[in-house]
Design a protein around this ligand. Structure first.
Ligand code: ATP
Ligand code: MG
Length: 186
């Protein structure tokens, strides 16, 4: 009997050039850190929360944001200089945040790949609210969702200089995601 292909469980494939800069984009609660932990090695992930915790002992301490990003950008440059892939796990919903990352990466000539978690806002708010430990205030998440909406207006994100933009729009997309890696031609 022929195998039935089930559309729901078909993998959703993202092919990443190696090395590259991966910029995760999505509001708090969208699932960026979960995606990063599933698909990337810990040493590849540069997380704004982790650097906030390093600076202040508290990953949600917004006063540590400036220092945390200064460290993140420095580490990003070092990783890319070493020819290693780096994944930036931060909301990256503002044009400024994305522009800064692409600017840091530019001297190293590695492709910039955006992975956008554009899920139903209600799901994002529910996942944020239902989290164990750190829950981001709902107003802040709504603000991030507004930024994301603007970024996804026609032509906006496409005009920012990413080499590839991958959209994940449902919980199913997150769960059937498969990431493969392809060495860059020398
Ligand atoms: P923040 O920007 O605040 O760090 P985040 O985008 O990193 O948020 P996560 O911490 O990865 O979000 O996920 C938020 C919540 O949603 C967590 O409780 C997580 O367990 C849940 N979640 C994330 N991805 C999935 C998934 N694919 N299936 C089920 N639950 C998920
Ligand atoms: Mg996170």
């Amino acid at each position: 009997m022929p195998l039935r292909r089930d559309a729901v469980s078909d993998p959703l494939l993202i092919e990443l050039p190696q090395p590259c800069l991966v910029v995760l984009i999505g509001a708090a609660g969208a699932g960026k850190s979960t995606l990063a932990a599933r698909h990337f090695a810990p040493s590849e992930i540069l997380s704004s929360d982790a650097f906030r915790a390093m600076v202040s002992g508290d990953e949600s301490d917004q006063r540590a944001t400036r220092s945390a990003f200064a460290i993140l950008h420095r580490q990003l440059a070092k990783r890319l200089a070493a020819g290693r892939t780096a994944v930036v796990d931060a909301t990256n919903v503002t044009p400024y945040a994305r522009r800064t990352l692409l600017r840091v990466a530019a001297p190293f000539g590695v492709p910039g790949v955006a992975i956008v978690l554009d899920l139903d806002p209600e799901l994002v708010l529910a996942r944020n609210a239902g989290r164990v430990g750190r829950v981001v205030p709902e107003a802040a998440v709504r603000h991030q969702l507004d930024h994301l909406r603007r970024a996804l207006a026609p032509g906006r994100l496409e005009g920012e200089g990413f080499d590839a933009i991958h959209m994940l729009t449902t919980a199913g997309d997150l769960d059937r995601l498969v990431i493969s890696r392809r060495p860059l031609p020398q």
